[in-house]
Design a binder for this molecule. Sequence first.
Ligand code: AMP
Length: 278
Amino acid sequence: MILFKTAHQLNSYIGQHKEKDKRLGFVPTMGALHKGHLSLIDRAKTENNITVCSIFINPTQFNNPEDFKRYPVTIENDIEQLIASECDVLFLPDETEIYPAGFKKRVYSLGKLETILEGYYRPGHFQGVCQVVDRLLHIVQPDTLYLGQKDYQQTMVISTLTNLTGNKTKIVVVPTLREKNGLAMSSRNLRLTHTQQERATTIYKTLVTLKNNLHTTSISVLEAVASEGLEKAGFKVDYVAIKNAKTLEAVTESKSGAMALIAATIDGIRLIDNMLLN
Ligand code: AMP
């Protein structure tokens, strides 16, 4: 694996390979890599000649400065995992590489996506995500971008971003990888004790219950009971929402294409997860 720290070096490497018509897959991450991230790398490797992974903890997408300060950093372990996965390139920029002096912040028109669910509870978060992804796409120029379903609303935001900027990169959404007990793999799980991880599986169990009861119970009752169950298990719930997966609007009478999305905090650690219900 080749490691590049500057956009300039990475650009010239990519330029050479583009000339040879090589397909390039890109997996942007914030590090603290786990098997979920590696499933994106694996998918990119099967569909491209070159797979680039980036690790950059983007300060502009953290609406909570404490969360940014406590974000896990495991760079040596990350590099070992990327080498074992046979990732071709790691882009490991520092902040000045991504946001050089004079960098002009753009405001992205994300419409409703910015005011609902994650957009509502994490003001400014999706603007930060767009800023960094716009910049990374510009530097890496991938044919295909690989994103995890775990951050479902983020996949919709990035798809809006590429439409807004006329970027032709194809987006592939990879299913969420889970622990054996159902807990969605996440870098933030590193901050959970074993007992907290056990308790955190309540989120997955709640999603399964919502799926099993979708057609026998009204949406509002499903959401309220699920939220109450999570609160009883010790979570502070931001939302339990059943929405149309394509639009994130209310589901229709037929409940087809429904997705459940949950954001809840356990002992100060905020977790999100989602599941297609039919
Ligand atoms: P992050 O490092 O958290 O910014 O995540 C980088 C990418 O990995 C994003 O596209 C995430 O959606 C994806 N990802 C995170 N967790 C998982 C998981 N458990 N399964 C699949 N993809 C994931």
